[in-house]
Design a protein around this ligand. Structure first.
Ligand code: KG4
Ligand code: ZN
Length: 362
């Protein structure tokens, strides 16, 4: 199919990033014309985590300027857009309302279509924007709000193969950092401390290891770490480094086992010469995790696809692109434009005990 180029404004405000982007697409692929992200990390750092009320207020104070900047960088005005796409879920409700209402209002005022986008769909389709990746492929989404393995077979065709039954992986990193007195966000602090630590000094559990299911669990690991740290009483820098290294080692081993099973399952069910594993979410910045996944893919003869970090973490280019994919697939009217704090990508997946309890996003 040959499609005239379409140009979308994307808006993302589901958690603590205020973002807008302009993406042009046709049936052969997409191009990012601008991608503006304002991270609210400083606003939340003092609280050791995202404060929903503060996040919503910060979106209100900045979103209009971020949208203007995205349009200016793309050298576009509203009238040149084909459609407006915004994240309408899942995420923090106050934050979602800001982006949803802004997007709907721009669409109404300019008489353009509004395309509601599931934030997770944005992550799921990013590798098609950056690498032109064909369907189907496996996605490992590891962020502050989600830990999932998803089979991506087409636009709107997602099957959740695994999820966490308690904490998300990024959340486990953040809680570990908080417990050890390291700064927020915890992932980079734990990774940095782990560099000089001994990964074998403390033996931490690998929950669900060896079980047939593909799901994850990280709260037992967190509790074991708390118990070990408490037993040490005063923590030296060496203790902290060793605890971080041992934690990270337990995490990489868990991912190795779980994702390894998923790759084997994909192989059994799909006859594809070079299948791909895509990684997305903030935790994908972790080098030890990246190395583990790279080796795992080599062993299973999978292509390892990691979009550039700024497109792995929350951004609006992925939302604009998901909107473009929906237009191209004729699925732009599939969802209503109501903000939804909970919105599983795979509506048929059975809810897991405790999963997504934060109501937050990826
Ligand atoms: O996708 P993301 O930017 O946004 C949300 O989930 O909102 O992911 C943020 C998460 C945080 O939990 C952060 O601690 C984690 O990703 N993270 C990391 C690293 N960098 C960020 N986790 C482990 N290692 C890192 N280097
Ligand atoms: Zn996300």
């Amino acid at each position: 199919m040959n499609l005239e180029p379409i140009t979308l404004l994307g808006i993302e405000t589901s958690c603590d990033e205020t973002a807008a982007a302009v993406v042009r697409a046709d049936s052969s692929g997409g191009k990012i014309l601008s991608n503006v992200v304002f991270s609210q990390i400083e606003e939340h750092a003092a609280f050791g985590g995202v404060v929903p009320e503060l996040a919503a207020r910060a979106h209100v104070s900045r979103l209009d300027q971020i949208i203007s900047k995205a349009l200016a960088e793309a050298q576009m005005d509203f009238n040149q857009l084909t459609a407006i796409a915004a994240t309408t879920g899942p995420g923090l409700i106050g934050s979602l309302i800001v982006g949803t209402m802004t997007g709907r209002t721009i669409a109404q005022a300019t008489d353009k279509p509004f395309i509601p986008i599931n934030h997770l769909e944005g992550h799921a389709l990013t590798a098609r924007l950056t690498h032109g990746l064909p369907f189907p492929f496996l996605l490992l989404l590891v962020s502050g709000g989600h830990t999932q393995i998803i089979l991506v077979e087409g636009v709107g065709k997602y099957t959740r193969w695994a999820s966490t039954i308690d904490d998300a992986l990024g959340e486990a990193f953040d809680k570990t950092a908080k417990l050890l007195g390291l700064p927020y966000p915890g992932g980079p602090s734990v990774e940095a401390a782990a560099k000089t630590g001994d990964p074998h000094r403390f033996s931490l559990p690998r929950p669900l290891r060896g079980e047939d299911r593909l799901d994850f669990s990280f709260s037992g690991l967190k509790s074991a770490l708390r118990k070990t740290a408490t037993e040490l009483e005063t923590l030296t820098d060496r203790d902290v480094a060793d605890l971080c290294a041992s934690f990270q080692h337990a995490v990489t081993q868990t991912l190795d086992e779980r994702v390894g099973r998923a790759l084997a399952q994909f192989r059994k069910t799909h006859d594809i010469a070079e299948p791909a594993l895509v990684v997305a979410g903030g935790v994908a910045a972790n080098l030890a995790i990246r190395n583990t996944l790279t080796e795992l893919c080599q062993t299973h003869n999978f292509k390892f696809v990691a979009p550039p970090m700024n497109l792995c973490t929350d951004n609006a280019a992925m939302i604009a692109w998901a909107g473009a994919e929906r237009i191209i697939a004729g699925l732009q009217n599939e969802h209503d434009g109501e903000p939804r704090p909970r919105w599983p990508l795979d509506a048929d997946a059975a809810p897991l005990f405790g999963a997504g309890k934060k109501g937050a996003k990826a």
